[in-house]
Design a protein around this ligand. Sequence first.
Ligand code: CA
Length: 227
Amino acid sequence: MRVLIVEDEMLLAAQVDKFLRDEGFVVDVASDGEEGLYYGREYDYDAAVIDLGLPKLDGLGLIAKLRSERNRVPILILTARGDWRDKVTGLEAGADDYLTKPFHMEELLARIRVLIRRAAGHASAIIERGPLRLDTARKEVRLDDSRVELTAFEYRVLEYLMVNAARVVSKSELTDHLYEQDFERDSNVIEVFVRRLRRKLDPDDQIRPIRTVRGQGYRLALGTDGD
Ligand code: CA
């Protein structure tokens, strides 16, 4: 999952950046509203965390701009303590949720996860598809009730496919959402991970949980109609 942070307090931005990376997110940090707008236009994010008080272009202006360009990224705003007007105007401008400073990193993480799930139409931390069960809070995968041990990156690939199970996900979309931008993007690497996932989830080649859609990408084929 790829998250954009727009925050001009460098220390706070660095803390959020590190915390989210440690949790397995790909993170971009912008330190003013114009840079945030650039990133927001350039990349496709799973969520954005936007401080309201920003240089060059403030948070409200940034959100209004993104929304006017039909950018539907889930947005969490950071507001100063007790300033309820900020929250209201932020939500009216198109933000999806807010968090008051100072906050605990765990709460930020929980809110981001909720936004991402909600955007994908999932209400709970558990995503189930057929015999496959993903606990996104504990990063645990179970298949028919037995635990499947995945590496951190295999988990990220599977989580992305499960959250977006209603559609075909292309290899380039996977690399965009799961890799740092300076990482060498090679779709062969994605193929290797998908192959490993298939082996772990379906050693006997029976349920074929991840289908290849020729020329388009991958689709999770569990618990969906027509499979
Ligand atoms: Ca600020």
